[in-house]
Design a protein around this ligand. Structure first.
Ligand SMILES: [Zn+2]
Length: 246
């Protein structure tokens, strides 16, 4: 049997109330919507940054493809100009000139095909460049949203840290000088049940909320005031107020 001054038993309830509030602060910190929002935006930022890198690579690849297509077109044009010059100069045999005519016709077809191909590459390039621009704009917007979310999260974390510090100071003051035999039992129960002490309120344990059987209640309340009681249902330390203590 552990005996504890009733005033110290009351003080244990204060410690329990402060521990409950500390648990709440920790729960609030672990489930902070501002932190979830910041993390969500962080993930989005990473994916947008990857997209931008990918699109920049695509656009520069297509720039090279456009340049290559333009070179191909230019080579055919140069060849056709040279053939036309030779044709106009009328040099060579009639057979050569007929050959040049044929070549010019096939060069014209080839040039038209190459120009179509170039146009197609240019269109693809414009499409990807447009996508890149939109993604960069979205990235910039997301960056500022992320900055705001991080700032909001940090404000909440700072508030919680100062609440926690104040509660820890209060808890230390409330727990100072409590008998070790009682605090050991309390801590063990808290580890196991989440809370270690509860007041006896209107015939029920405020920890497990179980109404006590009249015989248990009578047995408990007739104990000396300095006897540390335990709830017969949940084993928590049961603290009587001055009125219910014998
Ligand atoms: Zn109980």
């Amino acid at each position: 049997m552990v005996t504890v001054d009733p005033a110290d038993q009351q003080r244990l309830l204060e410690v329990q109330a402060l521990d409950t509030r500390l648990d709440q602060v920790q729960h609030t910190r672990a489930t902070l919507p501002e932190a979830a929002r910041a993390a969500e935006l962080e993930t989005l930022l990473r994916s947008l940054r990857d997209d931008v890198v990918l699109l920049r690579t695509k656009v520069s690849d297509l720039d090279r493809e456009v340049a290559r297509a333009e070179n191909d077109v230019q080579a055919v044009r140069t060849r056709a100009e040279r053939d036309r010059a030779r044709l106009e100069a009328g040099q060579g045999s009639a057979k050569d000139l007929v050959g040049l005519q044929h070549e010019l016709e096939s060069l014209a077809r080839r040039q038209s095909d190459l120009e179509d191909a170039e146009l197609e590459v240019m269109e693809r390039r414009e499409e990807q460049a447009g996508l890149l621009e939109a993604t960069e704009a979205r990235l910039a917007r997301t960056e500022s949203e992320h900055d705001e979310a991080v700032a909001a999260r940090d404000v909440r974390l700072a508030e919680l840290a100062s609440q926690e510090e104040a509660l820890r100071d209060d808890r230390k003051a409330a727990a100072t000088g409590l008998p070790e035999a009682m605090t050991r039992i309390y801590e063990r129960l808290r580890d196991r049940l989440g809370s270690g002490a509860a007041p006896l309120v209107e015939g029920r344990c405020d920890g497990c909320r179980m109404p006590l059987a009249p015989s248990d209640l009578h047995a408990l309340t007739s104990r000396p005031a300095d006897e540390l009681l335990r709830c017969p249902e949940c084993e928590r330390i049961l603290v009587r107020d001055a009125g219910t203590a014998a």
